[in-house]
Design a protein around this ligand. Structure first.
Ligand code: KG4
Ligand code: ZN
Length: 338
């Protein structure tokens, strides 16, 4: 078979389609050459992701997104050495679109297929830029579907030290934003409107969970009661203070447990991952804590926090080195253990 592949470099295409972002990225020898994300705006009018519409939008977007990623990287598809894709967890329809496309491409090009766990990819997003964290490290992994403190022993071994027992913190941000009347997903809007607000203007009680676990459903209910008791004009006039106060509470809850986990394990290498890691208050507070506790911290750039395919491609890059390939008969998994 004629091959255009240059084997002195390793080009990996990553594809992400677990939720409402169709993303593709090319990584060459661990360096990101391209990172394309097609966000689906259709869900805004429904106040949340509609799985069926998400799957259809992935079908529309996947070929243009991959084509754009190859073009931005300046390589053509025959130069690829492997295709990585998000295998789970996520929404079944969206995962099926990405996995079928990845399988077909790998099959057509005769190159390895590499299934990637979405959360593992978020964590390994910390290895896209320098300085890279050193093992072992603790990773506060915070997204729309997950809230976990992970003990990351190596690229492939991640132990869950604690996690949410109900809502994920991103879900709490989004539900609170919805109660404030913001469009979906509202987490980033809370962050934006909180700027200049007083973090101590309003107080809400926080749940006290054992060990390193979290609970966010009570806060959502307390916030809903708070909003119901207020006039619309009051909410509008105090928007910055309300957003700053609730954001600070959510961030405190995350960081309290992270400090406890760091003290218990004695680990001082700390990383952030997931969409909520884009939160400016969380990023600032972690910086402040690192000085106080002598931590070495790793915080990915914003584009590598929210869903993206560079994190999938970098994970596939590490899996490639160890020969962790997937069979073409592999399936995708809406629920998937780390
Ligand atoms: O990792 P991600 O992009 O998708 C999932 O895997 O879930 O995370 C999305 C979550 C959403 O809940 C979104 O509101 C939240 O991340 N998010 C933020 C910010 N940017 C995104 N939450 C708070 N502040 C932000 N700046
Ligand atoms: Zn994610």
């Amino acid at each position: 078979m004629f091959s255009y592949r240059d084997n002195s470099v390793l080009n990996i295409l990553g594809i992400e389609s677990s939720c409402d972002e169709t993303a593709a990225s090319v990584v060459q020898d661990g360096n990101v050459l391209s990172n394309i994300v097609a966000s689906q705006l259709i869900h805004q009018q429904y106040g949340g992701v509609v799985p069926e519409f998400a799957a259809r939008a992935h079908q529309t977007n996947i070929v243009p997104t991959v084509t754009a990623a190859l073009a931005q990287a300046g390589i053509e598809k025959h130069a690829l050495h492997a295709v990585g894709f998000t295998q789970g967890p996520g929404l079944l329809g969206p995962l099926l679109v990405g996995s079928c496309f990845a399988k077909s491409l790998a099959f057509a090009l005769g190159i390895p297929l590499i299934g990637v766990h979405h959360i593992q990819a978020h964590v390994l997003g910390n290895f896209i830029e320098d300085p890279k964290p050193s093992f072992p490290f603790l990773c506060l992994t915070v997204s729309g579907g997950h809230t976990q403190i992970l003990l990351v022993k190596n690229y492939f071994c991640m132990e869950v030290l604690g996690e949410t027992q109900d809502d994920a913190v991103g879900e709490a941000f989004d539900k609170i934003a919805k109660l404030m009347g913001f469009s979906y997903p509202g987490g980033a809007l809370i962050d934006q409107y909180a700027k200049g607000g007083n973090t101590k203007a309003f107080s809400f009680s926080k749940a006290n969970m054992p060990n390193f676990d979290f609970s966010f459903s009570g806060i959502k209910t307390a916030f809903s009661l708070f909003i119901q008791q207020k006039q619309t004009s009051f909410i509008e006039e105090n928007r910055a203070d309300i957003c700053a106060s609730i954001q600070a509470l959510l961030v405190d809850m995350l960081l309290d447990k992270l400090v406890q986990a760091a003290q218990k394990t004695g680990i001082r290498s700390i990383a952030l991952a997931g969409g909520v890691a884009a939160n400016s208050h969380l990023r600032q507070q972690l910086q402040a804590l690192s000085g106080r506790h002598g931590w070495t911290i790793s915080i990915p750039s914003m584009v590598y926090c929210t869903d993206n395919a560079a994190m999938v491609a970098i994970t596939a890059y590490y899996k490639y080195q160890f020969g962790h390939f997937s069979d073409l008969s592999t399936r995708c998994f809406p629920r998937m253990e780390l």
